[in-house]
Write a new protein. Structure first.
Length: 682
């Protein structure tokens, strides 16, 4: 008997060279191998009479060899072996390319099982390079369901299959982590059976069942992990903040807060007084006023003698927050400091010294804020803005800074509930479902290229009225092939040919931080009329005087992303517009974009987006903070995801404290998963 942790070199036929190929698939141990699941199956169980074979549909049939195979040497490197086979229903000519094996193994008068697809031409059907086995042999490549594995250069499916089968014969598959009661309730196969069946299914149904178990298990481990994290946090104790007088803060605001903002602030203040570290998500559509909620939290922390670290995903946003919070807090005697990666070492050192001395109460910055070089005198609150780039792993690491600071994350990405549980399963949620009064929805249009003169005229009209415009392009450099408008080229064209008299600035992610900052700042100050940008402006930037956004090649963006972009206008008192342009004539694409013209409800748009494009696109692959699931597919396996989430809650209730072997095994699995994540997140 071997152990799961043993190296695969233990297996017959796997030497150092083979091992290297397997390593390319991240397979080092027997466990890795057993957890290398097929990506699909070929059903080779059914035998089809020759007469019933269909062109291009691979199938198995039983046939007798009707002549001695003849091999012809066509030219150097090309030998053709031809043979005719027959059953009671018909005859079929087979051709093998360069196959001495076929030439030697197929014998006149004997019967074999073949697997392949017939192709038709004017002479009739024939088959090229079928696989075959003698009728009496145990089926390895025929008469079975053949798993098809993800492969890498040099490694064949057969080699993986052989290795997996050996491994399964040598050791027990990974241990059970699901209590029997849960397995029964959710109709889940036991681990032992599932691990064997996923590689060696007796039927396609069994293969489906096995895969379902693996998907369930994967989601279950993840959800249970989040639930455990949440439970562990709930056990922690921190000194409760005293009752804070918020009146001076409210008096300093230029407007009164919305009901939703007040509710969220109330929830935060209650968390502060509860004596447990807060872990809360503020979810609110663009423009719902999340920043003020964050400011209220920072104010309460400062009045209680604690510092706040507010992290933004981009420098531009960090600067904007620092500026607006500075204006708000200055008169209240609370000092705000900015710390970003592009500051000079000396500037950074100064800010860090003041943070360590406790002279600054609110630090605003990018991820630089959380590096070890930054020390706080008394960090009490960490706020992450636009949190979709700030995943569970980063959150779990926060506890290390200060003494279990309160954590507040803010997201403008409305996320359907099931996915929200995956992303934020460890968080309490406050929802800002109300926009500040007087906001008119941004009027949105979808137009084709023929509208170009009218678009340009509209831009000019807005500018003449004293407003500003965003023009968003999908890429930085011109990409001829795709005909996608690149920001820099388009800015130049507009300046030269259409708007020589307007002040145009350019903003894209490849500019240096200082340049970006200067461009954004000048636009925000009203020193430019038009900003041509890539999606770097997507997140959070606030220019209330901007009333028009033109999105070029809008079909290149996801709906949620477009919704976020659109949120950059309509932030002031004036009526705002969003024009989506596209060359695309695909009815589905146009319909998708039209959905955006009809509604400004971020949640509905998100649901639509999820339905249409799946969650990968929805979150933006690398930003999500979600681990890549190995088996589960967030769009196709949504029901299993829901079941697994439900089951994980039941598990915490009934087995959270249990020391049964499955419970211990699950805890180990969760630990390993979170460790793996830490690795991928850094
Ligand atoms: P987001 O939720 O997208 O981060 P912001 O916090 O940036 O939204 O707020 C958007 C704009 O609305 C800002 O200009 C902000 O000053 C303003 N704002 C926030 N709350 C209110 C309110 N209660 N009444 C009026 N304006 C508000
Ligand atoms: Mg914001």
């Amino acid at each position: 008997m071997a152990r799961l942790s043993d190296p695969i070199t233990l297996l017959k036929g796997i030497g150092p060279a083979r091992a290297k190929q397997f390593a390319n698939l991240n397979i080092v141990t027997l466990e890795d191998l057993i957890c290398h699941f097929p990506r699909g199956y070929e059903d080779r169980t059914r035998l089809v009479p020759i007469e019933k074979l269909q062109a291009d549909v691979p199938a198995c049939f039983r046939g007798m060899v009707m002549n001695t195979p003849r091999t012809a040497h066509i030219r150097k490197g090309l030998d053709l072996t031809k043979v005719t086979v027959a059953d009671a229903t018909g005859r079929l000519n087979l051709t093998f390319f360069n196959s001495p094996y076929a030439a030697q193994q197929l014998h006149y008068g004997e019967e074999y099982i073949f697997y392949g697809a017939v192709t038709g031409d004017f002479i009739g059907y024939q088959m090229t390079n079928p696989v075959f086995e003698p009728v009496g042999s145990p089926g390895v490549t025929t008469r079975r369901i053949l798993p098809i594995y993800p492969l890498t250069a040099g490694l064949t499916n057969a080699a993986v299959l052989r290795a997996v089968n050996q491994a399964l014969a040598l050791c027990d598959p990974p241990e059970e982590i699901l209590p029997e009661a849960l397995r029964q309730r959710y109709a889940i196969l036991p681990a032992e059976q599932a691990y064997r069946a996923i590689h060696q299914p007796q039927s396609m149904e069994e293969a489906d069942q096995a895969r379902k178990r693996m998907v369930f298990e994967e989601f279950f481990v993840f959800s249970a992990g989040l639930a455990l994290m949440r439970a562990a946090r709930a056990e922690k104790r921190v000194p409760p903040y005293p009752q804070v007088d918020m009146a001076p803060f409210y008096a300093a605001l230029p407007f009164s807060l919305t009901g939703a903002q007040n509710r969220a602030i109330g929830e935060i203040l209650a968390d502060f007084r509860a004596g447990r570290p807060m872990n809360r998500l503020i979810q609110g559509d663009v423009g719902s006023g999340k920043t003020m909620v964050a400011a209220a939290a920072a104010y309460a922390a400062a009045c209680s003698g604690f510092q706040t670290a507010l992290m933004a995903p981009t420098e531009i946003l960090a600067e904007q927050h620092a500026a607006s919070l500075g204006r708000l807090f200055d008169p209240l005697g609370i000092r705000v400091g900015l710390l970003t990666g592009s500051m000079t070492p000396r500037e950074k050192r100064e800010i860090r010294e003041q943070l360590e001395a406790g002279d600054i109460q609110v630090a605003v910055g990018t991820h630089a804020l959380l590096t070890d070089a930054t020390r706080f005198a008394r960090l009490g609150l960490v706020i992450a803005d636009e949190q979709h780039r700030f995943g569970v792993a980063q959150r779990s690491r926060l506890g290390a800074k200060g003494e279990d600071p309160h954590v507040l994350v803010m997201s403008a990405t409305p996320i359907p509930r099931t996915l929200a549980l995956l992303l934020y399963g460890d968080l309490e949620v406050s929802i800002l479902d109300e926009l500040p009064p007087g906001r008119e929805p941004v009027e949105t249009f979808l137009v084709g290229e023929s509208y170009r003169p009218r678009i340009n005229a509209f831009i000019r009209k807005q500018v003449s009225a004293g407003s500003q415009c965003f023009i968003v392009c999908p890429a930085v450099e011109e990409n001829q092939e795709l005909g996608v408008k690149a920001a820099s080229a388009w800015a130049e064209t507009l300046q030269k040919t259409v708007f020589p008299d307007l002040r145009i600035v350019l903003l894209h992610g490849q500019m240096k931080a200082g340049e970006k900052e200067a461009a954004m700042a000048s636009f925000a100050r009203g020193e430019a009329d038009v900003m041509v940008a890539t999606t770097v402006i997507e997140v959070g930037v606030d220019v209330p005087n901007a009333t028009l956004m033109v999105v070029e090649d809008a079909d290149r963006f996801g709906l949620s992303q477009l919704h976020q972009l659109r949120g950059r206008v309509g932030r002031g008192k004036q009526k705002s517009y969003c024009i989506l342009t596209t060359h695309n004539r695909n009815p589905d694409t146009l319909q998708r974009l039209k959905a955006l013209c009809k509604t400004t409800d971020g949640f509905r748009i998100a649901e639509e987006d999820l339905k249409l494009r799946g969650p990968g696109d929805f979150f933006g692959a690398r930003q999500s903070g979600l681990p890549a699931f190995r088996v589960g597919d967030l769009s196709g396996d949504l029901q299993t995801l829901k079941d697994a989430q439900q089951a994980s809650m039941e598990w915490i209730e009934a087995w959270g404290q249990s020391d049964a072997p499955e419970a211990a095994a699950l805890r180990r699995r969760i630990g390993a998963l979170f460790l793996r994540w830490e690795g991928t997140m850094n």
